[in-house]
Write a protein that binds this ligand. Structure first.
Ligand code: BTN
Length: 151
């Protein structure tokens, strides 16, 4: 009887609350690659929804040598609803620029996690008269890299 209790508990949960069972979550932590071939690693998301990570861009608007750059971001507190929104900033190590990304973490129809993002890349200009041309905008789509895959 004692051993049957956990089994009966699980069975009743599965029957009474099918909404609780096995819906795949979209989790930001891990390694991702985007449609440009850029790679990023996002660390653990803390209790306040904050995270840090690193970004290796495949492309640059500069002539500088690309280097791994830090990122800082936050995930919305309503992650309990699944498919959370988030934003992060990349402070480029090898240029004077900053990029902000905002997006949502989805589980697609094949059960694959995908990050749909938009970004603004702000480049530094010497003169205020060049401000008009200092911001680029775009989209990036990220998919999860297998954990064994190297950058
Ligand atoms: C720079 O060129 O000053 C820094 C690198 C910017 C790379 C941009 S950020 C938006 C887009 N998505 C990427 O993965 N790389 C480019």
């Amino acid at each position: 009887m004692v051993q049957a209790t956990p089994f009966l508990l699980m069975l009743s949960l599965a029957l009474v609350a099918p909404g609780f069972s096995a819906r795949k979550q979209c989790v930001l932590s891990g390694r991702w690659v985007n449609d440009l071939g850029s790679n990023m690693t996002i660390g653990a998301v803390n209790g306040k929804g904050e995270f840090t990570g690193s970004y290796h861009t495949a492309v640059t608007a500069t002539r500088n040598e690309i280097q791994l750059s830090p990122l800082q971001g936050s995930q919305h507190r309503t992650n309990n609803k699944g498919q959370p929104t988030f934003g992060f900033t990349v402070n480029w190590s090898f240029s004077d620029s900053v990029t902000v990304f905002t997006g949502q973490c989805f589980v697609d129809e094949n059960g694959k996690e995908v990050l749909k993002t938009m970004w603004l890349l702000r480049s530094r200009v010497d003169n205020i008269n060049d401000d008009w041309k200092a911001t680029r905008v775009g989209i990036n789509i990220f998919t999860r890299l297998p954990s064994s895959q190297k950058e």
